[in-house]
Design a protein around this ligand. Structure first.
Ligand code: ZN
Length: 267
């Protein structure tokens, strides 16, 4: 445990907490980036391809069919529990997460903004209807029963490393209401975070007295910009992360330790 980190947290009255993939690796959800913030693997699907190309949607959903069961069953770990406890102490202005796994909510956090959406919901791009991903899994399996038995390693964001198969044979259901394209309710690469969500985050930042980054290299601009804004406004910013972050030169305090043990004093 870092006494500096404990002091930083104890001094704050309204903490703005920003979390990333490093929070969920202890829950068995793989991370995208190495300690230097570089891609460990091929970047995931982008929005334009997903919307324009049926073959991209077939590939995405076939891999998701295999990746979802383990992703959907992941459980919160000590980091999620510690941050939920911080909210119970009344010190949390908001918890902004870049993760799409909803593990903060499952650990009991309530003041959460899912910056990049949530993977446990499916959204129709035609009529905006939302439905549970778990139900969509049943539809995928009903149309593609032979795919359920394929074997593939788990990849980030509910993806699986399935290659060397004929994705053209995979059936993707359309929206049952309007026939529209169904998409996980997450912000893909190449897609913007909804404007009202960004505005809500800035409102919280305006009320916060300190910023704590947990388990994020901040390499994605959509999260980094809030730390930039906080530093510009003169707020102290601490980061708990193994490895480099994009904001290292903006930090008041940097702690390079695994998240769960470093925050266990909150429990
Ligand atoms: Zn629809």
């Amino acid at each position: 445990m870092s006494t500096h980190l404990a002091d930083f947290i104890h001094r704050a009255r309204r903490l703005f907490v920003l979390t990333g993939a490093g929070c969920s690796t202890d829950s068995g959800i793989p991370d995208y980036r190495d300690a230097d913030g570089h891609w460990k693997r091929t970047p995931p699907v982008n929005f334009q391809d997903f919307m324009a190309l049926p073959a991209t949607r077939q590939r995405y959903w076939a891999r998701s069919l295999l990746g979802w069961p383990r992703f959907g069953q992941a459980l919160p770990n000590g980091t999620h529990a510690a941050l939920a406890a911080l909210e119970d102490r009344g010190q949390m202005e908001v918890l902004l997460t870049q993760n799409v796994d909803c593990l903060h909510q499952r650990a009991g956090s309530r003041a959460v903004i899912d910056l990049h959406g949530r993977l446990d919901q499916v959204r129709c791009m035609g009529c905006e209807a939302r439905s549970p991903r778990e139900e969509f899994q049943d539809s995928l399996l009903a149309l593609n029963p032979e795919w359920a038995h394929l074997d593939a390693a788990q990849a980030p964001d509910g993806d699986a490393d399935l290659e060397g198969v004929d994705f053209a044979a995979f059936s993707v259901p359309a929206c049952p209401h309007c026939g529209g394209i169904l998409k996980p309710d997450v912000v893909f690469f190449g897609e913007n975070v909804p404007r009202e969500r960004v505005a809500a985050v800035h409102d919280h930042l305006g009320r916060a007295d300190a910023v704590l980054v947990v388990g994020s290299s901040l390499m994605v601009y959509s999260g980094f910009r809030f730390v930039q804004a906080a530093a510009k406004a003169g707020l102290p910013v601490a980061a708990l992360n193994l490895g480099r972050t994009r904001a290292d030169d903006l930090l008041t305090l940097k702690v390079e330790q695994p998240c769960a043990p470093a925050l266990s004093f909150l429990l």
